[in-house]
Design a binder for this molecule. Structure first.
Ligand code: SF4
Length: 366
């Protein structure tokens, strides 16, 4: 099986892990894609669902094989008992062993994603969460907070301390700062700006910030001046009807407002340095998604298309995962559009689209 096909299928159906302690800790709950773990498949690091219900039924498992001559152990990825490829797990980062001066374990402030990305949710609360009339049905931002796996608000000083250690001890290369949406009209841009400024005073690491479009686009200039290198504003779904059904609160921000914000942000951050998540499998047709990606690419926005992952405990926990053949065709069409435009994830300075581990899209770009 080709690597692209294997990654696409693994990200749809997940991996059935008998021993969840293998590799670095995965993500359970939290903002954005979750219930998954970083694995290395044929040299590529990808996030694969391991904690949700499709993963429990997945035909993919990991087996440890002992070499009879050398006694060396090697892990293999198997599909219904048949060897498919080698597999590995990135090891637990060293900075997870540290605690801030005020007694918070570093792993409650930021997590290692993929192999060299530090990710944090600066505000772990969201004005849209907790009320079915407004919440995004795929989101689990409150789960990790309730379970005591994170803290509600990471201070700029805590973040700077953790980033410095993650770079020094674990070779982290870039950083993602996302946020739940606060009630303020800047939609979190002000707090992201403050956090970036304090982090950049301590250490020079490329940073991507992620938030909803703010009321005043002057925030993009302030974010950039504070040291934010790239920006994500996430559509999640393309069709207005799908958006309204899946995320009734966020869908009150019309697509046209997102496009005004994208245009303003591209002027500040540069062509290809603004990106948006599109969760494939929430109800958008492939045609709608491809049209949306085309429109985004034309204005300089990288469309980060990821397969929808149903997260345990959310209203969409039983929603079907996207079919892997459908995802494969989608990736092919979108990567063709990217190639025609000369837009590449490799050129992005920081963030999810640069990391790419939650999607197989970047493997189709090359
Ligand atoms: S793509 Fe984003 S959410 Fe996914 S592993 Fe990379 S940094 Fe984390």
């Amino acid at each position: 099986m080709k690597k692209q096909q294997l990654i696409t299928e693994l990200q749809s159906v997940g991996l059935k892990l008998v021993d969840h302690a293998q590799g670095a800790s995965g993500r359970k709950g939290g903002a954005g894609p979750s219930d998954h773990k970083a694995v290395i498949v044929e040299g590529t690091v990808v996030m694969v669902p391991v904690y949700n219900s499709p993963a429990a039924e997945s035909p993919y498992t990991v087996n440890t094989v002992v070499n009879a001559n050398t006694s060396a152990e090697a892990m293999t990825l198997e599909r219904q008992g048949e060897r498919i490829s080698s597999i590995n797990f990135p090891s637990q980062p060293k900075f997870y062993n540290l605690t801030t001066a005020d007694g918070i374990p570093y792993w409650k402030i930021a997590l290692l994603h993929s192999q060299d990305v530090l990710a944090t949710t600066v505000l772990q609360t969201c004005m849209r969460y907790g009320d079915t009339a407004t919440s995004c049905q795929f989101c689990a931002i409150g789960q990790s907070l309730e379970a005591g796996r994170t803290i509600a608000r990471k201070t700029p000083a805590q973040l700077a301390e953790v980033v410095e250690a993650a770079v020094r001890l674990d070779g982290v290369k870039h950083m993602v700062m996302t946020t739940g949406t606060p009630h303020t009209s800047d939609r979190g841009a002000a707090y992201l700006t403050e956090c970036a400024r304090v982090i950049k005073e301590k250490i020079n690491i490329p940073i991507q910030a992620q938030c909803e479009p703010p009321d005043d686009f002057i925030w993009f200039e302030r974010m950039k001046a504070a040291g934010i290198d790239s920006l994500g504003m996430h559509l999640e779904a393309a069709d207005p009807q799908v958006r309204a059904a899946i995320m009734p609160g966020k869908a009150t921000v019309p697509l046209e407002y997102y496009f005004e914000a994208f245009a303003a942000a591209v002027k500040v951050f540069g062509w290809g340095q603004v990106n948006t998540y599109l969760l494939a499998g929430l109800g958008d047709s492939a045609e709608t998604l491809v049209e949306m990606c085309d429109r985004l690419i034309q204005i300089g926005v990288y469309p980060f298309v990821v397969p929808f992952v149903p997260i345990t405990g959310t209203p969409l926990s039983q929603h079907p995962v996207p079919n892997s053949d459908w995802m494969f065709n989608l990736y092919q069409q979108i990567s063709n559009l990217l190639k025609q435009a000369g837009m590449s994830s490799a050129d992005i300075k920081a963030g999810c689209a640069k990391c790419g581990a939650c999607s197989a899209l970047s493997t189709f770009e090359t």
